[in-house]
Design a binder for this molecule. Structure first.
Ligand code: ARG
Length: 459
């Protein structure tokens, strides 16, 4: 039989495979709450504008709440023949309240309907990401506060570079996740315009009030161009782009956790809650959550690329291609929220091995730059010469299998006669981090200032 919702000009129904490829109800049923909220706002506005009788609007409003509770109670039967969430809800509404249900679609199209539903959903996900990121920043901040002056090696090329502080390293992630959070805030602000009332593409001849529906649904204003309204999926792309950058940041700390929790590093101990054992090797405690977080960007970036590819080159306005936007965005959002929660748990529960961090910071000639700086400051050497002298001393120590502070003064003086015993003061890791007082530097004084700033900002 022809489709009950739009089958007027059709003599026969679709092929079974057509139904299978066309239906989105398998996934867009997730938009039921947004769809019903949009329809309720629309019906209320239609009545206020005299387009619908008050009785019909009342029946529609109550009927939609019945549909909502049926869906939430698991008593709703979704039908692929009815294609999507919009037709499923409307058809059930009409079953319940009769002819009034058929008046709901006045002055509206599924094109603006899906645009508003999906925007509402993505807007909620921005809020969830903002909340999740705030919790994650608080977890990193707590770690930073505990270890403002704990010394650890700082790396470039994953080679020992200079001593830094644990607090400084933790706050580096607070900065990254704060930028991520602001990206979701920006995206949310930009997407907060209501496409409802654009109808199919051109607007409608009914005297609707788009400002009223925009207000009712929590939007700042209606969108200003009906063609753009039904075509636009930038809001989802912005959400996905922000999610990709955020997941990339998650993957970087995940990788550090994998390295740091290994027996060779032992910088941190992950709690039992965020690790798993091996079915054959009894000693194992694997950082699975961190490994999965390292991988999850693959899915999120994949979804981002998929939606770009779906939207690329689509002539205005709506095309069915755009139905493919949802599964990608749903999966990316689910993955991101799970990832943020998992990382927050792992960071809260991890324990830094202070002594191991400190010992590692003191190895690998980590204070060579401090030595070179001392030669500049105290002996007036040009930095390039100081660099060369220090490099010679490093090679000497390396050959002897010792670290820089273990060299004897006479050995040092054989490389540069002006070196005095005072040099040993700058070869210690505490001196090294304490001296890095420049704004944004790793000195505990500076780190404590940043901790205070973030505590105030996140309070
Ligand atoms: N299920 C569709 C989607 O997700 C809703 C819009 C359908 N519009 C249409 N003219 N067929 O995009």
């Amino acid at each position: 039989a022809a489709n009950a919702m739009w089958g007027g000009r059709f003599a026969s129904g679709p092929d079974a495979i057509m139904t299978a490829i066309n239906a989105s109800i398998g996934f867009d049923q997730r938009l039921y709450a947004q769809d019903i909220a949009g329809s309720r706002a629309h019906a209320t506005m239609l009545a206020a504008q005299g387009i619908l009788s008050d009785n019909d609007a009342k029946a529609i409003g109550e009927g939609l709440l019945t549909v909502l509770s049926e869906i939430e109670g698991g008593k709703f039967t979704f039908s692929a023949a009815l294609e999507d969430i919009h037709l499923n809800v409307e058809s059930r509404l009409t079953e319940i309240i009769g002819d009034a249900g058929k008046r709901l679609h006045t002055g509206r199209s599924r094109n603006d309907q899906v645009a508003v539903d999906f925007r509402l959903w993505v807007r909620d996900q921005c809020d969830a990401a903002i909340a999740g990121l705030t919790a994650l920043m608080q977890a990193f901040l707590a770690q930073a506060e505990a270890g403002v002056d704990w010394v650890m090696p700082g790396f470039t090329h994953l080679q020992t570079a200079q001593p830094v502080t644990w607090g400084h390293h933790m706050l580096a992630y607070v900065e990254m996740f704060a930028r991520d959070r602001s990206r979701f805030e920006d995206a949310r602000r930009r997407m907060n315009e209501c496409p409802l009332g654009a109808a199919a593409l051109a607007g409608t001849s009914f005297p609707i009030d788009r400002f009223a529906t925009a207000r009712a649904l929590g939007f700042d204003r209606p969108t200003a161009n009906s063609l753009d309204s039904v075509s636009d999926r930038d809001f989802a792309l912005e959400f996905l782009a922000a999610s990709s950058i955020c997941a990339m940041h998650l993957s970087r700390f995940a990788e550090e956790l994998v390295i740091w929790s290994s027996a060779q590093f032992r910088f941190v101990r992950l709690s039992d809650k965020w690790t798993t054992g091996s079915s054959i090797m009894p000693q194992k405690k694997n950082p699975d959550a961190a490994e999965l977080l390292r991988a999850k960007l693959g899915r999120i970036l994949g979804a981002t690329v998929a939606l770009f590819t779906i939207m690329k080159g689509l002539a205005l306005t709506y095309s069915k291609d755009m139905q493919e936007d949802k599964e990608q965005t749903f999966d990316a959002a689910d993955t991101l929220m799970l990832g943020l929660a998992a990382m927050t748990g792992m960071v809260s529960d991890m324990t830094a091995n202070r002594d191991t961090l400190r010992a590692a910071a003191a190895s690998g000639f980590s204070t060579a730059t401090d030595l070179a700086d001392w030669l500049v400051r105290r002996l007036g050497l040009p930095f390039r010469d100081a660099h060369h002298v220090t490099g010679t001393l490093v090679a000497m120590a390396e050959k002897a299998g010792i670290d820089l502070p273990d060299l004897m003064l006479e050995q040092m003086q054989s490389v540069h006669a002006g070196i005095t015993a005072e040099v040993f003061e700058v070869l210690g890791v505490d001196n090294s981090v304490n001296s890095r007082m420049s704004y944004g530097g790793t000195s505990p004084v500076r780190v404590a200032e940043q901790v205070a700033r973030w505590k105030a900002a996140l309070a």
